[in-house]
Design a protein around this ligand. Sequence first.
Ligand code: IDP
Ligand code: MG
Length: 164
Amino acid sequence: FRRAAAGVRGGVERTFIALKPDGTQRGLLGDVIKRFEQKGYKLVAIKAIVPSRALAEKHYEDLKTRPFFKGLVSYMTSGAAPVIAMVWEGKDVIRQGRRLIGATNPLEAQPGTIRGDYCISVGRNIIHGSDSFESAEKEISLWFGKSEVYDWQYGNAEWLYADN
Ligand code: IDP
Ligand code: MG
């Protein structure tokens, strides 16, 4: 298959997905990976990490004036379990990743989505996914070094991507 030019929305792109500490603690990593894999997306980076306060604050900098910001940063950095940081690649994966994850408030998330199936509270909604091309670029470079993200192809990519 042909790779879309970098930055073309809906083309082959990369998104930052992170299982939050509650997701790791509850043993949900396997199911999260399974849902992205079975859709046809490709894992190009993964690591377990307890983020520093600086990393968590930078990751959520757009929310720094919100009343829940302090609690959100403590939750992400507590170390009770690591965050499992990932980069997934594929066609339209930024938008589709958000669809697989479901609404921010798990009580609004559809059954069948990750949040819809596995959680109840907005403060413990188990997973993060980039919400735009710009945030994906920012988040991938914040959480991963260049050498930690791998360029590789599925041998069966044609079976996923042919549209004729
Ligand atoms: P998103 O994770 O679906 O992109 P955002 O609005 O970007 O949602 O919020 C980031 C994270 O902040 C949420 O996933 C959730 O963990 C937390 N959060 C958002 N709103 C609330 C709230 O009202 N109370 C507590 N935590 C919240
Ligand atoms: Mg967000």
